[in-house]
Design a protein around this ligand. Structure first.
Ligand SMILES: Cc1cc2nc3c(=O)[nH]c(=O)nc-3n(C[C@H](O)[C@H](O)[C@H](O)COP(=O)(O)O)c2cc1C
Length: 178
């Protein structure tokens, strides 16, 4: 088992996938882990639709490629569609008072859990914010009340070498006070 620190180093957005299938069990493990993610007032305002297997996955890939973006998804064997669901009353009221939509934050957290659960299993991911919800609904049946927010590309990386991480300098983003 990896440490969290190792996973954080290892996880990176994968934009080239090997021709190797992902199993239903691996996907379930990702989602089971993501269920443990925290959310405001434990609202858990999410649901997931996994699309596994070349044929159907390729249809989803096309829904992430508007304006020539994300062409790399063509070779990706699996996707997890991440939907936003209604928040509970406590989260809704708290969010209103604070001028925040907590569900957006919750969805980010749950997506991170999916990514790290995939990494722990030797899988790679790429979060795709560039997706066309209307097109996805033509390919996969999604309840009207669910809003497609992100799509997660999932598969084995063609190249597992970890790239240099380009990140803002610590001094730019961190202040320590005691
Ligand atoms: C909300 C969100 C949306 C993203 N959308 C896309 C996308 O549509 N296409 C893409 O190639 N990468 C997308 N990314 C991946 C980011 O570009 C990537 O996480 C960032 O550049 C840092 O690189 P790393 O993930 O390899 O560490 C998205 C990431 C997030 C968090």
């Amino acid at each position: 088992m990896s440490t969290f620190f190792e996973l954080a180093e290892k996880r990176q957005s994968c934009r080239s996938y090997a021709d190797r299938a992902v199993s239903k069990e691996q996907i379930l493990k990702c989602v089971e882990t993501a269920r443990l993610s925290p959310s405001a007032c434990n609202s858990q305002p999410w649901s997931f639709i996994a699309v596994n297997g070349k044929e159907k996955a390729n249809l989803v890939a096309k829904c992430t490629q508007d304006l020539g973006m994300n062409k790399f998804t063509d070779g990706c064997p699996s996707f997890i569609i991440i939907c936003q669901e209604e928040v509970n009353l406590a989260s809704k009221l708290g969010g209103r008072l604070k001028g925040l939509d907590f569900s957006e934050i919750d969805l980010g957290l749950v997506t991170a859990h999916l990514c790290y659960a995939a990494a722990e299993q030797g899988l790679s991911t790429c979060i795709l914010g560039w997706q066309n919800e209307e097109k996805i609904r033509e390919v996969v049946e999604i309840p009207k009340k669910s809003k497609v927010r992100l799509v997660l590309a999932l598969g084995y990386a063609e190249d597992e070498n970890v790239r240099e991480k380009k990140r803002k300098d610590l001094n730019e983003i961190f202040k320590y006070v005691e």
